[in-house]
Design a binder for this molecule. Structure first.
Ligand SMILES: Cc1cc2nc3c(=O)[nH]c(=O)nc-3n(C[C@H](O)[C@H](O)[C@H](O)COP(=O)(O)OP(=O)(O)OC[C@H]3O[C@@H](n4cnc5c(N)ncnc54)[C@H](O)[C@@H]3O)c2cc1C
Length: 800
């Protein structure tokens, strides 16, 4: 297909690094998205209209792909690159034609996701990790995506990238700028760049060198795109001199001094040290071996280099981190000492002994990890790859492929697990639920989707969810909804408007957010909300989250169950679990249950999966409140139908979340849904009413139409008067949210053969959790040492 002219131009320029450089220096500032997308070797156009790779074609309904993936996005370099790629548009720009609704240009890859699986071939994967992790990033990335890796870290290519076959396989950057964090903001790191025009150039080489060069250059960082791999090697060797010597001299005494003082007061000692390590630097510079005669700068030139780099970072007012230096001792000073005998580096080794103390002793030895590097496993429904760790054979590795499973609970989570077990693991699955109407019949088209699921607002979001890893898990949950082969057409990605008391950090490069908005802009986004209403608190702030959506829980669960049934899954309704069964060895191997006729039945299975929502800690299910403490967090939904008039057709196209009235509202099908009850996004300890079952849960019968009317009237008064001026109550429903005591999901083996999956945000996470859990259930019978890294934080054992 015809490419964008700028893409063509860049592709041509890429052939000649010298002309690229000249062009870089002369170019005007251009939005980042276009820069990062420009070097892709696919047929993609800048705003992600079409792609040539086959992986991408499968997801053609998805509108945009990230123009960069970042591994290590919470570190200094990673968060800097992320914030550069995801520079937020101002609300007014966002409201114009600059790609609204706005999507983030780059994705932070959470720990446990295989780099490269979110974007098409040709998209840079920025690996901003310590040099010790370079190989893990390589093995975690699918082979066909490895040539897109851009290593931005302290690395010596000949040493740390020895596993790369050719210098063309990856892009490498030897960075000469500093990043500091402004810790005051919040959990999200806020990177601040430290550099100056006098700094040594950051050296880049490889297929994405141009894209990175332009990104950095735009921020005033001196950059050079190297034509030869050897240049990178020499630059890396010199950088090792800075990172090995400057921290030592800054921390020589108890009171650390900044680097500028080292140059002013310890130049003699610094020179002696440079002379000592110079032979090692020369050896390192020549290690790449691709071009004859690569040489190291003279001692005087290295001294100049050290000073210009030091002074470029905040005018030399910087103290390199001792903790980081000790963590990387092996790769910095240790490497230099290993190249030339200790006698030749007497001052260096004695200073190191003095400053590093006991860390010096362990310099030679590196502990070998008892775990292999996790490997990517591609899951077929979402087409995403997750990193899976398998413990070494002989160390409690219990890898027994299961043939049968019984799942307790047919809500969103149980249904999703059952479907994925049958589809991806080929297992024989039975699902039990004490509710009825699990599948459509000739008389009844609709189904009961489960206790909490039926009361779910089903807002698909990762809004304000903490800690950050949990927020990333939810973002991934949204991504799976966008890609899932069975359900991707169901969500309505309409975006959410939020009225909040707190000013949000709208510069958050992790999650797409536009705001604070003026009431004019807000009313252009959503006509159904009265933005001028008087509310008590003058601090109200309005934000728009364009990537969020909602989904009909009944339609979702119905489709999953029907597909599961087609794959052979049996659903048994009206089944109350009475006992967990165990083999003579004490291993869980089935369930006993009674049905409506009080008949006692039992099912034997290789695995029992508890997905009983808020009731998962019922002792009859084998867990109990000690092993699985739960909070009591009831919530309600009221449904209303409005008189269709001209105003209501256009209004409430978005979701509206109001933290003032604790009220949220959306339009689904012909109905308006109003939710009430406090929303909690994980980790909120002040709601401490623990419960061990859903016996305290308000029953639908407890709600009357008066309550529904009052919820709807609150919404009408405080949010959306136009639509709700005249309405008819359709119903009200409520349930306890399945909320583990720390607010985070619980997914994994509670004991061999007994798997549990319970979580709030189960609509957002349901498909992701179902896919991951099904693989673990099918392939292993216990979690110890085995499983998806992304679930490590959510194992039931954390409550032991
Ligand atoms: C008011 C409210 C609003 C929500 N809003 C959102 C939202 O906006 N976004 C979001 O992502 N999530 C939201 N959630 C959470 C989400 O709905 C749940 O996390 C999700 O539905 C949980 O699904 P589940 O399958 O675990 O539980 P459930 O749907 O409760 O299913 C569990 C099933 O197990 C069965 N069961 C329990 N015990 C037994 C037993 N002993 N024997 C047989 N069967 C048993 C029950 O009958 C039930 O059908 C909300 C929840 C509530 C209550």
């Amino acid at each position: 297909m015809l490419r964008h002219p700028r893409v063509l131009l860049l592709t041509l320029l890429q052939l000649n690094p010298l002309s690229i450089r000249a062009w870089i220096h002369g170019r005007r500032r251009t939005p980042t998205l276009r820069l990062a997308a420009a070097t892709k070797n696919d047929d993609r156009e800048v705003q992600g209209v079409s792609y040539s790779s086959s992986t991408v074609e499968q997801h053609e309904t998805r509108p945009r792909y990230p123009a960069g993936e970042i591994v290590g996005a919470t570190g200094k370099i990673g968060s800097y690159i992320l914030s550069r790629l995801n520079e937020p548009l101002s609300p007014s720009d966002a409201m114009r034609n600059e790609g609204f609704p706005q999507s983030l240009n780059a994705a932070a890859i959470p720990r446990g996701l295989s780099p490269g699986c979110l974007s098409p071939d040709g998209t840079p994967i920025y690996a901003c990790v310590p040099s010790t992790a370079l190989h893990s990033v390589w093995t975690a990335t699918a082979p066909y995506r490895r040539r897109d890796i851009v290593y931005l870290c302290n690395c010596i290519p000949s040493r740390h990238l020895a596993f790369v076959n050719s210098s063309d396989d990856v892009t490498v950057g030897i960075l000469h700028f500093g990043i500091s964090f402004d810790d005051s903001v919040n959990e999200r790191p806020n990177p601040k760049l430290n550099t100056s025009p006098g700094s040594p150039e950051t050296i880049l080489h490889g297929r994405h060198a141009l894209a990175v060069a332009r990104l950095l250059e735009d921020d005033g960082i001196p950059v050079k795109v190297a034509s030869e791999w050897n240049e990178v090697q020499s630059a890396a060797a010199k950088k090792i001199a800075w990172s090995s010597l400057m921290w030592l001299l800054c921390h020589e005494h108890a009171d650390p001094i900044p680097v500028k003082e080292v140059h002013a007061t310890k130049a003699g000692l610094l020179k002696q040290l440079v002379e000592e390590i110079h032979p090692a630097l020369t050896i390192l510079a020549n290690e790449s071996g691709t071009v004859e005669g690569s040489s190291m700068d003279t001692v005087a030139e290295v001294m100049d280099y050290l000073e210009s780099y030091s002074m470029s970072i905040n005018g030399g007012n910087v103290v390199p981190s001792k903790r980081l230096a000790l963590d990387e001792l092996h790769e910095r000073n240790g490497l230099l000492l290993s190249l030339v005998s200790d006698e030749g580096q007497g001052r260096h080794s004695s200073l190191l002994r003095q400053v590093a103390g006991s860390n010096y002793k362990g310099l030679g030895a590196r502990e070998k990890s008892s775990r292999d590097d996790p490997l990517p496993i591609q899951l077929s429904s979402s087409n995403l790859s997750f990193l899976f760790t398998k413990q070494h054979q002989g160390e409690k590795c219990i890898s027994v492929t299961a043939k049968t499973a019984v799942v307790v609970g047919a809500g969103m989570i149980g249904s999703s697990i059952a479907y994925h077990l049958a589809k991806e693991q080929g297992m024989n699955v039975t699902v039990l639920d004490r509710r009825t109407n699990l599948l459509p019949t000739r008389d009844e088209e609709t189904v009961d989707p489960g206790t909490a699921t039926s009361s779910s607002f089903s807002w698909l979001n990762s809004n304000n969810k903490s800690p950050m890893s949990y927020g990333q898990l939810n973002s991934l949950g949204m991504e799976v909804w966008r890609r899932h082969d069975l359900l991707k057409d169901l969500p309505n990605w309409c975006g959410s408007l939020i009225r909040t008391k707190r000013r949000l950090s709208h510069a958050d490069p992790y999650y797409s957010c536009i705001g604070p908005l003026t009431s004019e802009d807000a009313s252009r986004i959503e006509k159904g909300v009265d933005w001028n209403m008087t509310i008590d608190d003058e601090d109200a702030q309005y934000y728009f989250f364009p990537e969020e959506g909602h989904v009909d829980p009944v339609a979702s669960v119905k489709r999953i169950r029907i597909a599961a049934q087609d794959l052979g899954v049996t659903f048994i309704e009206g089944a109350n679990i009475t006992k967990l069964l165990r083999s003579s060895l004490g291993t869980v191997n089935g369930l006993r249950y009674s049905n409506d006729d009080n008949q006692c039945n039992q099912i034997l299975a290789d695995r029992v999966v508890i997905a009983a929502g808020a009731n998962s800690s019922d002792p009859l299910l084998g867990l109990g409140g000690n092993k699985l403490p739960m909070l009591y967090q009831p919530g309600r939904l009221a449904f209303a139908r409005t008189k269709v008039d001209e105003g209501s057709i256009e209004s409430l196209q978005r979701m509206f979340i109001d933290t003032f009235s604790n009220c949220h509202i959306l339009r689904r099908g012909g109905s308006i849904v109003v939710g009430g009850g406090r929303l909690v996004f994980g980790g909120d300890d002040d709601i401490l009413l623990k419960c061990s079952g859903d016996n305290k849960v308000p029953d639908a019968a407890d709600f009357d139409s008066k309550q529904a009317s009052s919820m709807i009237e609150t919404a009408a008064k405080q949010i959306a008067p136009f639509d709700l001026l005249s309405y008819k109550v359709e119903g009200i429903i409520g349930a306890n949210r399945p909320m583990p005591a720390d607010g985070l999901p619980v997914i994994g083996y509670a004991e061999p053969c007994l798997y549990v999956a319970v979580m709030h945000s189960g609509m957002t996470l349901g498909l992701l959790a179902g896919e991951l859990a099904a693989f673990e259930v099918g392939k292993f019978q216990a979690s110890e040492g085995n499983g998806f890294e992304i679930l490590d934080e959510y194992r039931p054992s954390r409550f032991n």
